[in-house]
Design a protein around this ligand. Sequence first.
Ligand SMILES: NC(=O)c1ccc[n+]([C@@H]2O[C@H](COP(=O)([O-])OP(=O)(O)OC[C@H]3O[C@@H](n4cnc5c(N)ncnc54)[C@H](O)[C@@H]3O)[C@@H](O)[C@H]2O)c1
Length: 259
Amino acid sequence: MLKTREQFVPDERRVVIVTGGAYGIGRAIVSRFADAGDAVVIADIDGERGQQAQQNVAGAVFKQTDVRSEEQLAELIEFTVQRFGGLDVLCNNAGIERYRRADEYTSAEWSAIVNTNFRGAFLGTKYAFPYLRKRKGCVVFISSVQAFASEKNIAVYAGTKAGLLGLMRGMALDFAPAGVRVNAVCPGATLTGMMEAALKSETDPEGALQSVAAKIPLGRIGMPEDIAHAVYFLASPQASYITGAHLTVDGGLLAGLAL
Ligand SMILES: NC(=O)c1ccc[n+]([C@@H]2O[C@H](COP(=O)([O-])OP(=O)(O)OC[C@H]3O[C@@H](n4cnc5c(N)ncnc54)[C@H](O)[C@@H]3O)[C@@H](O)[C@H]2O)c1
């Protein structure tokens, strides 16, 4: 029987988990959903920032979580379902990067990056799926423009971000029969703690920031809210026919060649 669009429209107040939600892009995603009246669980390793975010965002609850831990991810999902009665949206946003020439990564650094960015997103989605399927919910991965084109000294991070797109497509196919959609947002250069850390190694951080902005066709660095709006759209009923897709939010960066 043909499914109508109405079957995929969730209840008005949704329950949303944002990993890495205490800061940067994740924090903006938390606010975007909370502003719309959704119940949001901020899942972050950083206790201090997590508490601050909970205090500043009405409708948000902090649950300290290290996405490298399978046990903590399973607990996060159970906590959310017990507290709010179900789960509609999981945004796998937590991510870290380390700048190293490819041969200089230690295996501990490899594990930290892969387990946070890639394994954590897989396991979070795995534990969320039984609940998402009950409400025809959805998953949004935060990948990166680095999934498509890269820079020097960031190979492991770029590998996880490209891997996330493969994982996203595979999960989208596996979960489509249950009505669970899986998509990804690929941010370009976005002004957050991650970017501030990257700029710290520059002799002139402000000049480096301006030089990045000058290379972006729209002439500015992305703001966390730019990414949050894209995540919100992909999780909305207006995106009910979109699954297995990625949405690039980069001010036109990937549209051009750096010649
Ligand atoms: N900022 C950019 O330019 C940019 C570009 C492309 C993609 N991204 C992606 O966007 C996402 C968010 O990045 P951001 O720039 O906001 O980073 P950020 O460093 O500003 O914030 C990341 C958040 O994730 C949390 N976190 C880190 N490790 C964690 C763990 N093990 N468990 C739970 N939480 C953890 C941190 O405490 C922090 O609150 C990442 O996946 C990143 O790869 C960022």
